[in-house]
Design a protein around this ligand. Structure first.
Ligand code: ADP
Ligand code: ZN
Length: 752
C-alpha cells in the first residue's frame, strides 16, 4: 500500500464476529501500516489488537482512527493470509481468531513490553529465559465464554479485558500490571471467565545435548520406491499427496528422513507434524543426529515466550526443519518442499476448542497452496485416507513388511466375559510370568487411568457422580480421592456413603492404578512401572520412564495409550491389552476404527528386537471385527468391514459431517435452542433443496460437562457444497438466546 492510498484499512479482530472492520489511518502512521502488521484499535468501548489485511475497499463514511501500529515487520505474509482465509471460510470461523490461533501467543510479550506494561513484562521474560533451575508459573487466559457474557465491573473487568486482548498471561505479569489482582482473579475463575494452568517454565533440555551423527540406511526395495516417488514430487515442486502405509517398524521414519534430506538439498524446507504424545526425545534425537541444519521443535512444554523464540527462528530462516504437534501446521516456513504427517490417523490432530481445525487436513491444504509433497504416514491409516488412496485422490505407497524381515507378533484374543475380579486372565498371567523368566519386557495396556471407575454404595445404591458433569467419578487410590476426568472436581474418598451413612462402598471398574497393584501382587519381584497422565504430570517424567524401559530397567510397564506410541524397544517381547472394551463401547461412529488403531499400535510395540513378540488381547466382545482384524494384522479386512458399515450408515467417506453443539448452564433453554436450530435447518434444507440428513437434536453422549448441559445435531450430507451452503445460511440466520453457546464443528472427529 502506498502512503496516499493508505488512509483506510481493513482489519481483522480476534473476536467471535463474522466480519472484518475498516479503520482510518492517521497521517503520521501511514508509512508504518502495511498488510500483516498488528494495530491497536478502538472497538466499542474497549481497545483491542487487530490484524491489518490490506486496504479497505468500500469503507463506510464514519471511521475511527487506529491508535497504534504494533509491529515494524509484518507478522504474516500474503501467502499465509490466503491460508488463514481458507481456514476461516472452511471452518466458518472468524478470520481474526484464525490469525490469533496461527500466531504464537508469546508474540504479545513483545507488545506488552513495548506498548503497555513498560519494562516489567519484558523483564519477567528475561528472568524466565535466563533461569537455571526448574521453575513453575501460573498462566491465565480468558475463556471463550468471556467474550459473550456481560462483563464484570472495576478491576476484574480491567483484568479480563487485558487477558482477552493479550491472550495467555503469567501471574507475575499480572501482578506487575495490576496492584494485587488475587481476589479478582479468583472471582473470574469462579465465574469460568478465566482459566489458569500451571506450567513448568521449560528450557529445551535437548537443544544442547550432543547427538552422534547418523547416516542414511540403505533402503530396501519398497522403501526405495516410496522415496523415489516422494523425492521426484519434491523436485517437481508440485502438490503431491501421498499415503505412506507401513506397518510399525517398516521403516517409514527412514523414508521421511531421506525425503527431507532430498528437500534440503534442493534448497527447500520441511515440516514434520507428529502427535504431541509421539514427540519424544527419541524422535527428536533421530532428526538431530541426521541433520546438521537448524531444527525447530514446537511442543506443549514450551512457554509462550519460548514458542515465540522458536517462531522467530523459523521466520528468520534459521530452521530448515520444523517438528511439532498440531499447531506447527502454522509454522512460518518459507520455500516449503515437504510436509510429513506422521501417524496421520491420530485424533489429536484435531483441535477441539475454539477453531476446530484438523492439522492433518490442513497439511493437504497448505501443501496444495505451496506446491509441496505431503506424506501422510501410518500403520493404520484413517478409513477415509485409505478410501481416498483407493480412489486415486492420494498416491498410495506401501511398506508391507518390517525391515530386516522381522516377523509381526503373534496375537490371541481372550474372552473376558466370564472373568471376575481380576485384570488379567490366567493366560495373560502365565505369559507375563514366562516373559519375566526369559528376561523379556512386557507392556500392559489399558486405556483408563485411576483405580476404580465406578463407585457405588451397596446399601443404598448411591452412585458417586460428578456434580458438574454427567459422568461417574474415578477413585484414585494413591491420592485417596475421587476425581472427575472431565473437570477439576475431586473429593476426598469418603469412608461412609454420603447418602445413607453406610460403610460398604463398592469400587468397580479398573484403571491403570488398580492393574498396577494387581500386577505387583502377582509379581512382587518384578520391576514394575506405570505410565499415564498421572505419573507423567511432571515434565521429563514421560521421557524418564521411556529411558528406563530402553535401558532395560523395567520388566513390566503398565499404561494408557501413552505406551502405544514411541519407538523401538527391542526388549519388549510381550504386549497385553488388559481391556479393549473402553474404546470399543464408546457411542461414536469411529469407535471401531479407534479400537483397531489403538490395538494395532500397542501390538506394534512387541517384537521389534530379535525375538518375536507375542500379544494377548482381552475383551468382552472377542468376536468383534476390530479386534479380530487387528489380531491378524489384517488392515484390508478391517477396511472392508468398516466401510460396509460406513456405507450403510452414511458416515464418512460416504458423507460429509458437521456437528452443531449447543450448551448452557440450564437444560431447558439448551433443549429449546436445539429444537429451534433443527427447525431452521429443516427450513434451509427445503429452501436449498439439499439432500441433508439431520440427526437429533439429542443430548450429547456426554450430556453435561463442567456444569454445562450439551445438546447436539449431527448433519450428514453427501454433497460438500450443499453442506457448506446450509452451514453458511445457518450461521447467518441462527440467533440463539444469549444464555446458550453454540458452535459448528466441520468434519468432527468425535461426536461425544
Ligand atoms: P517406522 O517409522 O515405520 O516405525 P523406522 O523408520 O523407525 O520404522 O524403522 C524401524 C527400525 O529399522 C529403525 O531402527 C530404523 O533405523 C531401522 N531401519 C529403517 N530402514 C532400514 C533399512 N533400510 N535398513 C536397515 N535398518 C533400517
Ligand atoms: Zn466433572
Amino acid at each position: 500500500m502506498s502512503p496516499e492510498k493508505n488512509s483506510m484499512i481493513e482489519v481483522a479482530i480476534p473476536l467471535p464476529l463474522q466480519t472484518t472492520f475498516s479503520y482510518r489511518v492517521p497521517e503520521e502512521l501511514r508509512c508504518a501500516v502495511v498488510p500483516g502488521v498488528r494495530v491497536f484499535v478502538p472497538f466499542g468501548r474497549r481497545k483491542v489488537t487487530g490484524y491489518v489485511l490490506g486496504q479497505a475497499h468500500h469503507p463506510p463514511g464514519d471511521l475511527k482512527d487506529i491508535l497504534e501500529v504494533l509491529d515494524e515487520q509484518p507478522v504474516f505474509t500474503p501467502r499465509e493470509l490466503a491460508f488463514y482465509r481458507w481456514i476461516s471460510a472452511y471452518y466458518l470461523h472468524p478470520l481474526g481468531e484464525v490469525i490469533k490461533t496461527a500466531l504464537p501467543s508469546g508474540i504479545n510479550i513483545e507488545t506488552r513490553g513495548r506498548t503497555t506494561t513498560g519494562a516489567d513484562g519484558a523483564q519477567g521474560e528475561e528472568q524466565i529465559r535466563g533461569g537455571r533451575s526448574i521453575r513453575r508459573e501460573w498462566f491465565f487466559h480468558a475463556t471463550e465464554e468471556a467474550a459473550g457474557t456481560a462483563a464484570p465491573r472495576g478491576l476484574a473487568a480491567q483484568i479480563l479485558l487485558y487477558l482477552m486482548d493479550q491472550g495467555e498471561t503469567s501471574r507475575s505479569d499480572l501482578n506487575a500490571r495490576f496492584a494485587n489482582p488475587a481476589a479478582q482473579l479468583k472471582r473470574l475463575l469462579q465465574k469460568n471467565l478465566v482459566v489458569m494452568e500451571e506450567r513448568e517454565v521449560y528450557r529445551d533440555p535437548f537443544r544442547d545435548e550432543e547427538v552422534p551423527a547418523s547416516s542414511p540406511q540403505t533402503l530396501n526395495e519398497t522403501q526405495a520406491a516410496a522415496f523415489q516417488a516422494i523425492s521426484a514430487a519434491v523436485t517437481a515442486g508440485e502438490f503431491a499427496p501421498f499415503l505412506l502405509h507401513g506397518v510399525t517398524g517398516s521403516g517409514k521414519t527412514e523414508v521421511y528422513l531421506q525425503s527431507i534430506s532430498h528437500a534440503l538439498e534442493a534448497g527447500k524446507t520441511a515440516l514434520v507434524l507428529t502427535p504431541e504424545i509421539a514427540l519424544t526425545p527419541q524422535l527428536i534425537r533421530r532428526f538431530r543426529s541426521r541433520f546438521s541444519c537448524g531444527i525447530a521443535v514446537l511442543h506443549s512444554g514450551l512457554t509462550p515466550g519460548e514458542r515465540y523464540d522458536e517462531w522467530r527462528r523459523i521466520r528468520r530462516g534459521e530452521a530448515a526443519i520444523v517438528i511439532g504437534a498440531r499447531s506447527a501446521i502454522f509454522a512460518p516456513l518459507e520455500n516449503l518442499g515437504i510436509i510429513v504427517v506422521d501417524e496421520e490417523h491420530e485424533a489429536s490432530y484435531k483441535q477441539s476448542e475454539g477453531l476446530a481445525y484438523n492439522a492433518r487436513d490442513l497439511a493437504l491444504v497448505r501443501g496444495k497452496m505451496e506446491g509441496t509433497a505431503v506424506v501422510l504416514g501410518s500403520a493404520t491409516p484413517l478409513i477415509t485416507s485409505y478410501h481416498a488412496a483407493m480412489h486415486g485422490r492420494l498416491r498410495y505407497l506401501s511398506l508391507p513388511e518390517r525391515v530386516r524381515n522381522l516377523p509381526l507378533p503373534e496375537a490371541r484374543i481372550i474372552d473376558t466375559r466370564k472373568m471376575r475380579d481380576r485384570a488379567c486372565s490366567p493366560e495373560l498371567v502365565a505369559a507375563l510370568g514366562e516373559n519375566l523368566e526369559r528376561k523379556g519386557q512386557s507392556l500392559l495396556f489399558l486405556n483408563r487411568r485411576g483405580f476404580a471407575t465406578f463407585l457405588f454404595c451397596r446399601d443404598c445404591g448411591h452412585v458417586f457422580r460428578c456434580p458438574n458433569c454427567a459422568v461417574t467419578l474415578t477413585h484414585h487410590k494413591s491420592k485417596q480421592r475421587h476425581y472427575c476426568h472431565y473437570c477439576d472436581f475431586s473429593l476426598p474418598a469418603p469412608t461412609v456413603c454420603p447418602g445413607c451413612g453406610g460403610g460398604d462402598i463398592a469400587l468397580f471398574g479398573r484403571g491403570t492404578e488398580r492393574v498396577e497393584e494387581e500386577i505387583r501382587e502377582l509379581f512382587p519381584e518384578a520391576r514394575i512401572a506405570r505410565m499415564d497422565s498421572d505419573t507423567t504430570a511432571r515434565k521429563g517424567s514421560h521421557a524418564g520412564i521411556l529411558k528406563r524401559l530402553e535401558d532395560g530397567k523395567i520388566d513390566i510397564l503398565i499404561g494408557t495409550q501413552m505406551i502405544a506410541k514411541g519407538h523401538d524397544y527391542p526388549g519388549v517381547t510381550l504386549v497385553g491389552v488388559a481391556s479393549a472394551d473402553s474404546t470399543l463401547n464408546l457411542p461414536d461412529f469411529r469407535s471401531a476404527e479407534r479400537t483397531f488403531q489403538l490395538v494395532s499400535q500397542v501390538m506394534g510395540r512387541a517384537g521389534r528386537g530379535d525375538s518375536p513378540g507375542k500379544v494377548l488381547i482381552q475383551g468382552a466382545d472377542p468376536g468383534h471385527y476390530a479386534l479380530a482384524r487387528a489380531a491378524s494384522h489384517d488392515y484390508e479386512g478391517f477396511y472392508k468391514e468398516e466401510t460396509a458399515f460406513r456405507r450403510e450408515a452414511g458416515y464418512p467417506p460416504f458423507s460429509n459431517l458437521a456437528l452443531i453443539c449447543l450448551s448452557g448452564t440450564a437444560e431447558k433453554p439448551v433443549e429449546q435452542g436445539a429444537q429451534d436450530a433443527a427447525v431452521l435447518l429443516r427450513k434451509l434444507r427445503g429452501d436449498l433443496k439439499a439432500r441433508l440428513e439431520i440427526l437429533g437434536p439429542a443430548p450429547a453422549p456426554l450430556a453435561k460437562i463442567r456444569g454445562r448441559f450439551r445438546w447436539q445435531l449431527l448433519l450428514k450430507c453427501s454433497n460438500r457444497t450443499d453442506l457448506r451452503k446450509i452451514l453458511l445460511r445457518f450461521q447467518a440466520e441462527w440467533r440463539p438466546p444469549r444464555t446458550i453457546r453454540s458452535s459448528i464443528d466441520v468434519d468432527p472427529v468425535d461426536t461425544l
